[in-house]
Write a protein that binds this ligand. Structure first.
Ligand SMILES: Cc1cc2nc3c(=O)[nH]c(=O)nc-3n(C[C@H](O)[C@H](O)[C@H](O)COP(=O)(O)O)c2cc1C
Length: 196
């Protein structure tokens, strides 16, 4: 299977739903705003993700424009600050790592990752682009989003918006801005025992 996207030459080695190879994280965002309905659909998708004991430990705090967005933008490291402010929405993702009884939620990050991927695939179906960003000030994110440090772990941020063109990013980013490839499936999936 191949995809029709000039920046995406991914080829699947086995039969797979097209959405898995069509999604990729461009750094080029257009500055077109997202509607409230679009934003609702994205978090709708995220919140149907599976989680251990259905604890749903994910937490999303988002900003689109105005003073909130300016504060969110200050969290970005230098590289991410070159493109992410253009995206229609920035989301800070936290995982609840301690439950109400004080017990550690061992699978919090795993569950939260499932929710992010659901959002990313929904975005792709809606013609939108997403890019996750670990390169943020993880500690300052608690203050910006007013999230308690003792219960949550900052995971990363994501930029979400309409896909832009090469004109929307710095010229040095253009040559790196294409859908990358993956390891061979035989390197990551083993029958019976690991033999790497
Ligand atoms: C948790 C996480 C953190 C990431 N951090 C950054 C980042 O700080 N800056 C960046 O440009 N891309 C970042 N990425 C994007 C990855 O580089 C990208 O997802 C990976 O190369 C696979 O490409 P694809 O998403 O286009 O399939 C991050 C992705 C994830 C999942």
């Amino acid at each position: 299977m191949t995809v029709s996207d000039s920046k995406n030459s991914r080829v699947a080695s086995s039969s797979v739903e097209p959405m898995f190879i069509e999604r990729w994280s461009s750094k080029a965002f257009s500055d077109k705003a997202l509607s409230d309905d679009q934003i609702s659909s994205l978090f709708e998708a995220a919140h149907w993700a599976p989680s251990s004991s259905n604890r749903q430990p994910w937490l999303f705090v988002y900003a689109t424009d105005g003073p909130d967005r300016e504060k969110f933008n200050t969290l970005l490291n230098e590289g991410n600050a070159r493109y992410a402010p253009n995206a229609g929405m920035m989301v800070l993702i936290f995982a609840r790592i301690v439950d109400d009884e004080g017990n550690k939620i061992r699978t919090a990050l795993f569950d939260t990752g499932a929710a992010w991927m659901s959002l990313a695939l929904q975005a792709n179906r809606m013609g939108l682009n997403t890019r996750a960003m670990g390169g943020i000030d993880l500690d300052a994110a608690y203050d910006v989003a007013r999230v308690p440090r003792d219960k949550f772990e900052t995971v990363c941020a994501i930029a979400v918006g309409y896909r832009g063109t090469d004109d929307d990013i710095h010229e040095r980013m253009v040559e790196q801005n294409f859908a990358n490839d993956r390891k061979d499936v035989r390197e990551i999936a083993f029958k019976g025992t690991y033999s790497g």
